[in-house]
Design a protein around this ligand. Structure first.
Ligand code: SF4
Ligand code: SF4
Length: 318
């Protein structure tokens, strides 16, 4: 039986002489994606295959000359690109082409050896967030959910996405590529082993960052004691079990945790530690208010400043 890519190739090679550049690009994208679906090595993102070919001088010459080529030259150039794509699918070069695809499915977790990147300012403090012990997380290796056995420090992701904040959407490039963390340097879409080996290396913890700043560590410990993540699931389970009747504990926890953060910000004047107030998520992790979404809720603020706990769906209310 004829493969989809073979049929597509037969169909498309009849017409490239008439294609403008937009049509050329659309067919090129379609061909590479179809081809990848058929190849055994479908773990490799299609964008990466495209980038591997598109960065070659041969591809760039075709693109530069396309508008000036006659029909025969277009047909010949198109055939050469199809063969190059098939070859690239079978011969994955062991190199990162900075296609940005792996940066769209999660930001890196930091390791102890990344501390120097923070201390030197290569990675700004305010782009970090702490995930706390007990929080649900997704494995960066196979995407499976698991519960964090201890805290982790991660680069932030863009609001509402799993995309790393350092990925420049317009260019697919990493804005800190030369100074990217260990996990990113080990990331290799053609070989999962180096990245998985980083899981054996010591993770960066808040204890490393705030070493020697005893007061800060005491505040963090106090926050864990009073507002550890473990208290939230029980309160939401009770809310669910009572069909919304026992909401008081959830509201108390949200309110208490928010006041804790405010108190620290106001009274301990975090700036004296040279840590801006916007770094609360590095100090204490995501607020309970933000984490309500993990349990199917969200907190909304009314025009008069009243805050409501809503079921996380349009028009929902607890
Ligand atoms: S490692 Fe990531 S950014 Fe590099 S080529 Fe592979 S998918 Fe693209
Ligand atoms: S730091 Fe750079 S390489 Fe690492 S996930 Fe973010 S954008 Fe990608």
């Amino acid at each position: 039986m004829q493969k989809d890519s073979e049929r597509l190739r037969e169909l498309s090679i009849n017409h490239p002489s008439a294609w403008d550049m937009d049509r050329f690009r659309a067919n090129w994208l379609l061909f590479v994606e179809t081809l990848l679906k058929e190849e055994a090595n479908s773990l490799i993102p299609s964008r990466r295959i495209r980038w591997q070919i598109e960065q070659t001088p041969a591809f760039q010459e075709v693109v530069a000359d396309w508008d000036n080529m006659d029909g025969l030259h277009r047909l010949d150039a198109w055939k050469r690109l199809l063969l190059a794509a098939e070859d690239a699918c079978r011969t994955i070069l062991p190199a990162c082409f900075q296609c940005g695809e792996c940066c769209r499915v999660g930001s890196p977790t930091l390791h102890l050896e990344d501390l120097v990147l923070l201390q030197s300012g290569k990675i700004p403090w305010d782009q970090l967030v702490t995930l706390r012990k007990g929080e649900p997380a997704l494995s960066p290796f196979d995407g499976r959910p698991f519960v964090l056995p201890e805290g982790r420090i991660k680069v932030r992701e863009k609001e509402g996405l799993r995309e790393c904040v350092f990925l420049i959407s317009e260019t697919d490039r990493c804005s800190i590529y030369d100074d990217r963390p260990l996990q990113c340097r080990a990331q290799a879409c053609w070989d999962p082993i180096p990245a998985s080996e980083t899981a054996e290396m010591p993770f960066l913890l808040r204890e490393h960052i705030f070493q020697g700043v005893d007061l800060m560590m005491e505040i963090i410990a106090e926050h864990e004691t009073r507002c550890g993540f473990a208290v939230l699931p029980g309160a939401f389970e009770e809310l669910s079990r009572s069909s919304g009747g026992n909401i008081q504990e959830v509201l108390r926890l949200l309110s208490y945790e928010e006041h804790f953060r405010q108190f620290v910000s106001d009274k301990f004047k975090i700036d004296k530690f040279k840590i801006p107030a916007q770094n609360m998520e590095l100090l204490f992790g995501r607020s309970f208010t933000r984490m309500t979404t993990l349990f199917g809720f969200r907190v909304a603020e009314e025009p008069d400043g009243t805050r409501c706990l809503l079921v996380d769906e349009p028009g929902g209310r607890a």
